[in-house]
Each structure stands twice: as structure tokens, then as C-alpha cells.
Design a protein around this ligand. Structure first.
Ligand code: PGA
Length: 250
């Protein structure tokens, strides 16, 4: 049987500008060495991409990504970053549809699909995030919300393109709250997502990460579920010592 491949993704959000990002990267590299079957992805703020990708380039197990992009290559889009620009700064992945983008910046399911398609067209891996709010969960609408969020992405991408996509299930009520989904809950939603993909002829091998208050105390019980292919982590990835410890746990 082939070895299980796990992705540990760090989403720094609006933290760590270029100098802090460089210091973090140097410290992290000093603390860690590659672990077979694990790849480490970093999503720094766009202005810190070059610093992180330059520092980390010696490590084949590390990939750098951008937290958000516009789907157009260039033009009059004040404040936006394009995929070719992010590529030039070292990004090989892009987060699309993080709940903070959806909730605070009006990112729609259709925008998410356009970003994912544009990323694939330029050889960048989209990490498409889905997840329900607490009200949606309490109202029994988790499944409907996730199916709705996936629909435009399933429409936009051809089944073979899904071989280059990563999904992240991030329940909104678990993000930054210290209240993670239980391993059972996460595994159940990951299965639901796979079922939805299979209805559209998409391979069951698309990696699905779990995100939402993952820390070094709960990561092993979450990853004990074979339905999880890794984790997407905000708060617990912000200091190099803590993140190095978390990615090294087994
Ligand atoms: P958190 O964030 O780990 O701080 O809950 C996760 C995320 O938003 O990706």
C-alpha cells in the first residue's frame, strides 16, 4: 500500500510582514527536517510571499501559496493580486473561498469557482475552502450549504482537473474559536464531500483538509481519521516553534 500523504497548511492570515516572515522561516527551517509523507504549505500575506519562498526554496517538502487572488491576469483592479504575480513571487497554491473572504469581503461561490479555474489554467493548485456557519449547522443545513458551495466549482472544472485540486472543510463556527469539530464530525463531512464529488465523476483521491481550531492537542485525533488528508491551520501556525512541534507530531 502506498504511504499516506498528509498536507499541513499554515494560513497566516493578516500576520507576519516580510521581516517577521523571514525570521519565522529561518527559525522554522532550523527546527525541522522533511518527514516522509508530509508536505508543509505556507500561506503568508502577499507582501511576504517572496521572503518566505526565497527562504524555503531549499526544502522540497515545502510549498508556498497565496491567500487570495483575482482571476484576471492584470488590469484595473485596485488592491488585487493576480496569479501570474503571485507565481513570480513564488506561490504554487492559492486559497479560494476561505470563510473570511466569503463573510467579510463578499466572495461568492461563483468568484471561488473563477479563481480555482484561473489557478489551474496557470498551473497553480487551488485550495478551495467550504464550510457552514453555526446557524446553518443548527438549522440542519450543513449538507445543503456545502453542496451549494461546491456546485459552481464542479460546474467550472473538468473531472480530470480535480487531480490538481485540494479541498478544505472549515466549519465557520470552528475557525479561531478554540472549538474544533470532533474527529467524527469532520470525518462525516469529508465523506459527504467525497460523495458529492463522485456524483460528478470526480476522483475520490482529491485531498480534503480539515481546518478550524486545529492545534497540537487535537491534531493527532483528527488525523487518526483516514477521511482527513491534512489540516489547514491559522492561529496555531503563527509561531515557528509551535508549528514545528505540530507538524512533527506522530
Ligand atoms: P484557526 O484558523 O486554525 O485559527 O481556527 C483556520 C483557518 O481559518 O484556516
Amino acid at each position: 500500500m502506498s504511504e499516506r500523504q498528509l498536507i499541513y497548511a499554515a494560513n497566516w492570515k493578516m500576520n507576519l510582514g516580510p521581516s517577521d516572515a523571514r525570521r519565522y522561516s529561518e527559525r522554522f527551517l532550523a527546527l525541522t527536517s522533511p518527514i516522509p509523507g508530509r508536505s508543509l504549505w505556507f500561506f503568508p500575506p502577499a507582501v511576504s510571499l517572496s521572503a518566505v519562498s526565497e527562504c524555503m526554496q531549499s526544502r522540497a517538502d515545502i510549498r508556498v501559496g497565496v491567500q487570495n487572488v483575482h482571476w484576471e491576469a492584470k488590469g484595473a483592479f485596485t488592491g488585487e493580486v493576480s496569479i501570474p504575480m503571485a507565481l513570480e513571487a513564488g506561490a504554487r497554491a492559492v486559497l479560494a473561498g476561505h470563510s473570511e473572504r466569503r463573510q467579510l469581503f463578499g466572495e461568492t461561490d461563483e468568484y471561488v469557482a473563477r479563481k480555482a479555474k484561473a489557478a489551474l489554467n496557470l498551473g497553480v493548485t487551488p485550495v478551495v475552502c467550504v464550510g457552514e456557519t453555526l446557524a446553518e449547522r443548527d438549522g440542519g443545513r450543513t449538507e445543503a450549504v456545502i453542496v451549494r458551495q461546491l456546485a459552481p466549482v464542479l460546474e467550472a472544472l473538468e473531472p480530470p482537473e480535480w487531480n490538481r485540486v485540494v479541498l478544505a472543510y472549515e466549519p465557520v463556527w470552528a475557525i479561531g474559536t478554540g472549538k474544533n469539530a470532533t474527529p467524527d464530525d469532520a470525518a462525516q463531512i469529508h465523506e459527504l464531500i467525497r460523495l458529492e464529488l463522485s456524483h460528478h465523476g470526480v476522483s475520490s483521491r482529491v485531498p480534503i483538509l480539515y481546518g478550524g481550531s486545529v492545534n497540537s492537542g487535537n491534531v493527532l485525533s483528527l488525523l487518526a481519521r483516514p477521511q482527513l488528508d491534512g489540516v489547514l491551520v491559522g492561529g496555531a501556525s503563527l509561531d515557528p516553534e509551535g508549528w514545528a512541534e505540530l507538524v512533527g507530531l506522530s
